[in-house]
Each structure stands twice: as C-alpha cells, then as structure tokens.
Ligand binder design. Structure first.
Ligand SMILES: [Zn+2]
Ligand SMILES: [Zn+2]
Length: 252
C-alpha cells in the first residue's frame, strides 16, 4: 500500500491552496480611483468639455497637458478634449456664489448619462465664485445631478495673479488643471504618500498632486526662479496607485 507521510500531505495541501486561492483583497483605498476613468473596459470614451468666461480662456498648454495625462491614465478609451462655449464677460457679475450652478446648467453640453461615456465638465472662472480663500486655484467635485459626472473649476484670474518671471500663467494653468483632474482620477489615496488631513494630496513636493502649502510653494518657487518650471505630472507613486487600481478592476 502506498503510504504518504503526514508532513508531506500537509505541505501538498498548502501548495495547492497557494495555487488555487485568489490574491488577497486590496485595501479599501485602492477603489478610490474612478473605474469609469482608469479601468480598462467599461466606458469607451472620456469626454472632456471646456467652457470659459470670456475674460479667462483656457491656455493651449493646459489642455495639451490634460490630454497627455488623460491618454496615459485612461488607457484604451477615446479621449476628447473639446473647447465648447465662451460665456460673455458680463455674465460673471451675476454668477457669484450658488448662481454659478445656473451657468453650469446652461452651458453643460451633456444632460443625460451615457454608460459608454465618462464625462468631465471644466469651467474657467475669473476667481472662486464662492469667494473661498482656501485652495482657490481650482476645485474638483463629483456631482450627482443631473447625472453622475466630474465638475472641475479653474480660477484663472487667481492663477494669472500668481504668475511671475518664467513661471507664466499658462504653466500655472496646466499644473492646476492636471492637479484637479488627478482628484477625478482618484488621487491621492495611497497612505504611504497621502497627507493625513484627508484632502487627497501627495507628500512629494515634486508631484503635481502636492499639497498647496506654503513650504511647497516656496520649494517650487525656488526651482521656478531658476527654470520657470513647476511640476505638472503625477509622481511615480501616484501613477503606481492608479495602475494598482486598474489591475484590481481588471480582475473583477
Ligand atoms: Zn487638490
Ligand atoms: Zn504624487
């Protein structure tokens, strides 16, 4: 009779268990990435519509930078970045505070959900219509009405006021736009490089998702004086977080 020693059976069972079981579940934070934007499959298109008040048009450099990161971080999808409506300058006066919602309603090009399309609406305003002092270069919000989508605001007048020497308004525009789009993608969620205040910012001051705190501005201003450059792309750890989410969504 063929006899198998007990330790051998145990180790064979362990080996089989190791081969057959699914990989351990990913931590909760990995799912903060928006599958409609980052996952392969699902949506077929990322539609990005850009509207602006006449006095603060978007810069080409910013829209080109956005297209670069969208193509890379939303792989396998058709990416469209469409300049849409110029809103008369005079309209701004009556668009402060919650009245900005009426502008969104009127100029948003899409009013119904389409399961094949992830929709991002961008509105360039002179300054924060709510007048908030904090984080007033731009905002990214998930809106549920009239259908779930991302709403990004860029406060271009504020950015223009921060331009100096080689650090021109178009470069600030690009960094701000790519930063806000990063929030839509789901950055920053990885606990090893996320600020603990829950604001979704990166601890790497060379990452475009960095927290806009004084030290960071000073760090980058020193570089900017020398080179006229500030970060406008996601760091390796931010990109790795999105790739990890992409792999997890692919297994589902
Ligand atoms: Zn931010
Ligand atoms: Zn980062």
């Amino acid at each position: 009779m063929f006899r198998v020693s007990r330790p051998l059976v145990v180790s064979l069972l362990l080996l089989l268990a190791g081969c057959g079981s699914p990989p351990p579940a990913e931590p909760e934070w990995v799912s903060e990435a928006d599958p409609d934007l980052v996952a392969r499959g699902g949506t077929a298109q990322v539609e990005i519509e850009v509207d602006w008040f006449q006095q603060v048009p978007p810069d080409d450099l910013a829209l080109e930078g956005l297209a670069v990161v969208a193509h890379r971080e939303c792989p396998g999808k058709v990416i469209t970045v469409r300049r849409d409506s110029e809103i008369p300058a005079a309209r701004w006066k009556s668009s402060r505070g919650d009245a900005i919602e009426d502008v969104l309603e009127e100029f948003r090009g899409r009013s119904k959900p389409d399961p094949a399309i992830a929709y991002v609406h961008i509105l360039y305003c002179p300054v924060n219509p709510w007048g908030g002092a904090a984080a007033s270069n731009g905002l990214c919000r998930r809106l549920e009405k009239p259908f779930p989508h991302w709403q990004i605001f860029i406060f271009k007048g504020t950015l223009k006021s921060r331009a100096f020497l080689g650090l021109t308004a178009d470069k600030l525009d690009r960094s701000c736009l790519v930063h806000e789009f990063g929030h839509a993608l789901g950055l920053v969620a990885g606990p090893d490089h996320r600020f603990e205040d829950g604001g979704g910012h990166c601890t790497d001051t060379k990452c475009v998702m960095t927290k806009p705190k004084l030290q960071t501005i000073l760090d980058n201003a020193a570089g900017a004086i020398a080179t006229g450059e500030i970060p406008w792309d996601y760091c390796d750890r931010c990109r790795a977080d999105l790739e990890r989410a992409r792999k997890m969504y692919a297994r589902r």
